[in-house]
Design a protein around this ligand. Structure first.
Ligand code: PEP
Length: 250
């Protein structure tokens, strides 16, 4: 096993207006140099705030990410945003394949794969999300489902630099429910095996984030699990006290 610097990334989803930049600044002010040495931190902004948040993040250790992108670099796609546009606005990573995108917009593994390649084309890593539904876990299919998502959603050529993988069980997102530490350990171990088999040393060094109802009260336990290299945080990233409370796990 090797040391992987963890990443704690917030996902603001469809929340936040310019007034919310004050909360972002409270987050940025709370990430000390000592903490920044131990963990990387990021907030994935709604696209309307990307440039403003990137300006507010300037000179702080907190990076700004984006939440989705179109696969193409430009063109006739009303309402969509290219990875290049998000990077131009200040994004330094792009979430792709979030279960809300898969569910709300019918995104398939091959769509997600194309979006991950778009992030690379624009010069930033993709945060590639996978995770089973409650029905799939009840049927004991979680490892098979997640393995298939990894196979289909991660492009060839993935490295520890250009890809971050987030395991987010759908039933744990925004519900207050979390898998047990043993369940997370089993899943992240299985994911690591899949990644090492396909990508060798790069797969061994890739960051595997856990996401789904992470909060200050459970962060230390979840972040302490083997092969958990950080968190993707939804609801609890909207309040500085909660996000900084999660970072206290490091
Ligand atoms: C997410 O959707 O990325 C997420 C982890 O949400 P929450 O923390 O609110 O469960």
């Amino acid at each position: 096993t090797q040391t992987i610097k963890p990443l704690v990334a917030g996902n603001w989803k469809m929340n936040g207006t310019r007034a919310s930049l004050e909360e972002f600044s409270r987050i940025a002010a709370g990430v000390s140099a000592d903490l920044a040495a131990k963990a990387d931190t990021m907030i994935c902004a709604p696209a309307t705030l990307t440039a403003l948040m990137a300006a507010a993040a300037n000179g702080t250790p907190v990076q700004v990410g984006a939440q989705d992108c179109h696969a193409k670099a430009n063109g006739a796609h009303t309402g969509d945003l290219a990875a290049e546009m998000l990077v131009d606005a200040g994004a330094s990573a792009i979430i792709v394949g979030h279960s809300e995108r898969r569910a709300d917009h019918g995104e398939s593994d091959s769509d997600v794969r194309a979006k991950a390649e778009a992030a690379w084309r624009a010069g930033v890593p993709a945060i590639i999300c996978v995770g089973e539904t409650e029905a799939q876990r009840k049927a004991g299919e979680e490892v098979a489902v997640v393995s298939a998502q990894l196979a289909g959603s991660i492009p060839d050529g993935a490295t520890a630099q250009n890809s971050i993988i987030a395991y987010e069980p759908v039933w744990a997102i925004g519900t207050g429910l979390t898998p047990t530490a043993a369940d997370v350990e089993a899943m992240h171990g299985a994911m690591r095996d899949v990644l090492v088999k396909r990508f060798g040393a790069e797969g061994a060094a890739m960051r595997l984030l856990y996401g789904g109802s992470v909060k200050p009260a459970n962060a230390a336990e979840l972040m302490g699990v083997a092969n958990v290299d950080g968190a993707l945080v939804g609801g609890a990233s909207l309040k500085a006290a909660d996000f900084l409370g999660i970072l206290a796990a490091y």
